[in-house]
Design a protein around this ligand. Structure first.
Ligand code: HEC
Length: 112
């Protein structure tokens, strides 16, 4: 699921730099939906017996985690409306896409 978002994110970056915004917008919608599905993949009581790189703090701070996930999802939607007119495509992608990955990973994902 996360790996899929990662490859989608890379395609978003590639198509954006080529100016292929129709494709990009579709991918962004996919990613936004993907995040919403991900929220449900971390329900209570899945914390034990899973071989996962997710940190236990996710379940201690579920509200905050879900909020980050929701923000990541919303930002993809915002990105759809701003990307075409953005002067700095790289910077815009960073702000609305990559920074959200980092914000969450630095807190909730094991160092790797
Ligand atoms: C709200 C939190 C959150 C956001 C936002 C988020 N991630 Fe993650 N990501 C995680 C957590 C937690 C894990 C560890 C999950 C696990 O191993 O079960 C993870 C794991 C991953 C992995 C490893 C997957 C694997 O199969 O081991 C990749 C790749 C990844 N994320 C990419 C991304 C990218 C790219 C973005 C942004 C476009 C992103 N993530 C946004 C929380 C997040």
């Amino acid at each position: 699921m996360f790996s899929k978002n990662y490859s989608t994110a890379k395609r978003v970056q590639a198509f954006s730099s080529k100016g292929d915004f129709e494709k990009v917008k579709k991918l962004m919608t996919e990613m936004s939906e993907n995040y919403k599905v991900l929220i449900d993949l971390f329900p209570e009581n899945t914390q034990e017996g899973f071989d996962t790189g997710a940190l236990f703090t996710i379940w201690d701070e579920k509200d905050e985690f879900n909020a980050l996930m929701a923000k990541a999802s919303d930002d993809m939607i915002k990105l759809i409306s701003v990307i075409e007119d953005a002067e700095d495509i790289r910077g815009t992608l960073k702000k609305f896409m990559w920074s959200n990955c980092k914000a969450c990973h630095s807190k909730y994902r094991e160092p790797h």
